[in-house]
Design a protein around this ligand. Structure first.
Ligand code: BGC
Length: 466
């Protein structure tokens, strides 16, 4: 079985492995993004109350948090590949069930299943990609996950616009929107059968030969010497390992845990999803735009987000991670602060134009720094024995932050009498606060192997104890 699998994966090009491995990101972006356009239609078709439809929206976030938390420990035990396969099945079930849902209950169950899948993918993929990637390209290859997220968001916006009012073959538009997710889910399902297991996990399981085979396949340009040296690096990291599990995460890996949770909370508290999920509402409520022009603004922002993330994949391995985070926080903080001042000082028509430009700059700042780096870092800062469970905690913090921002954004906007300067001013404060956090708590991982990062962490933890 093992040899058959290695033979099947050997014929796969190593770049394709990374693209398939990152597919969970596409579903993450799609399943969270699609609801903005689909929810008013679902509300009408299934005769839902306002609280019922907001539950349909937030069910994914609740499911994601649970999915993220449960998956990591399992992946440390049973492997990244198997769990990726299971989450692809959840993606398929969720996509079909939500598209065929006849009523509120089935829709909520479907959205929770989708959430479990999204949460699992968000905890598994960063660690999996980090373990497959060579250290000199790890940042860029891990950024593929974020690139897929932004592609998924864009695909969701396009599906929203493309299917709206088209009841093809007598099937409602919103059902077509939701069923679109079936295609990438199926691709992930097939992909996860042929993807290789992580070489790090294989060593942890004592499957050294298989690990070496996978490394050889993943590094076509490496010499035998280089492969051997990487193999020894992983072996070394494994030999220092303890049992793993939550207790160890809270003790030997505590500095990494603090960094991961902080980065993830800040990634959400800078308000990214108020833009990704609610931009049309912001322009309708705040600037009296029509619904149709507001939707196009969000497509434009989706494009800026996607293109800027391509820039991120190119530059990711050229700069230290902490510098990029600080730079990104500064760009976001300044653009949001200007946006806040403008919306309180000039007339609403002129402010609308500046707001669009400033949001585009803010998105650019996020997309080349915090967007990808939060996921890159949770994949690489934890020691091997707790990498899965550590990513789980980081990822769950991200979903909690996301839930808080998206639940309260519209309420806060209303408190400021629909002046976007209010909530965006609060997000600016969080952007600036993230800078000292990064300087104090985030380790620099650029250019280091996962083994070196682990050594530094364990050393630091020992020093802290003294
Ligand atoms: C965040 C998501 C967000 C997306 C936007 C991701 O890194 O975790 O919450 O919707 O970026 O591109």
């Amino acid at each position: 079985m093992t040899t058959q699998r290695s033979q099947a994966t050997r014929s796969l090009n190593s770049n394709i492995i990374f693209v398939i491995g990152a597919l969970g990101g596409l579903l993450f972006g799609f399943d969270t993004g699609i609801i903005s356009g689909a929810s008013p239609l679902i509300e009408k078709a299934l005769h839902l109350t306002v609280s019922q439809i907001s539950f349909v929206t937030s069910a994914v976030l609740i499911g994601s948090c649970v999915g993220a938390l449960t998956i990591g420990g399992l992946s440390d035990k049973y492997g990244r590949k198997l769990l990726l396969f299971i989450s692809s099945i959840l993606f398929i079930i969720g996509a079909l069930m939500s598209a065929f849902a006849p009523d509120f209950i089935i829709m909520v169950i479907a959205r929770i299943i989708l959430g479990l899948a999204v949460g699992s993918a968000s905890a598994l993929t960063p660690a999996y990609l980090a373990e497959l990637a060579p250290k000199e390209r790890r940042g860029s290859l891990e950024t593929l996950f974020q690139l897929m997220i932004t592609a998924g968001i864009l695909l969701a916006y396009v599906a929203n616009i493309g299917f709206l009012n088209h009841n093809i073959a007598g099937w409602a538009d919103w059902r077509w929107m939701l069923v679109t997710a079936f295609i990438p889910a199926l691709a992930l399902f097939i992909g996860s059968i042929i993807l290789p297991e992580s070489p790090h996990f294989l060593i942890r399981m004592g499957k050294e030969d298989e690990s070496q085979q996978v490394l050889t396949q993943l590094r076509p340009s490496y010499t035998a010497e280089q492969i051997k040296s990487e193999f020894h690096d992983i072996q070394n990291a494994n030999s220092q390992n303890h049992k793993g599990g939550v207790k160890e995460l809270f003790t030997i890996a505590r500095p990494a845990l603090i960094a991961a949770i902080g980065i993830m909370l800040f990634q959400q508290l800078v308000g990214i999803n108020s833009v990704i999920y609610y931009l049309p509402q912001v322009f309708i409520e705040g600037f009296h735009f029509s619904a149709s022009s507001a939707i196009w603004i969000s497509v434009g922002i989706g494009v800026v987000n996607f293109l800027s993330t391509i820039v991120a994949t190119i530059i990711m391995d050229k700069f230290p991670r902490k510098k990029l985070l600080i730079w990104g926080a500064f760009v976001m903080g300044v653009s949001l602060a200007i946006l806040c001042v403008i919306n309180y000082t000039i007339n609403i028509e002129t402010a609308a134009v500046y707001t669009i430009i400033l949001i585009a700059i803010y998105i650019f700042g996020f997309a080349v720094s915090w967007g990808p780096l939060a996921w890159v870092l949770i994949g690489e800062i934890f020691p091997l024995s707790v990498r899965g469970v550590g990513s789980s905690f980081g990822s769950a913090a991200n979903w909690i932050g996301n839930f808080v921002v998206t639940q309260f954004f519209l309420i806060i906007l209303a408190l400021f009498h629909n002046n976007v300067g209010g909530p965006f001013g609060i997000f600016a404060i969080f952007a600036f606060l993230s800078i000292p956090f990064v300087m104090r708590y985030v380790p620099e991982t650029h250019g280091k192997s996962l083994g070196e990062i682990q050594d530094e962490l364990l050393k630091k933890n020992k020093q802290n104890k003294k």
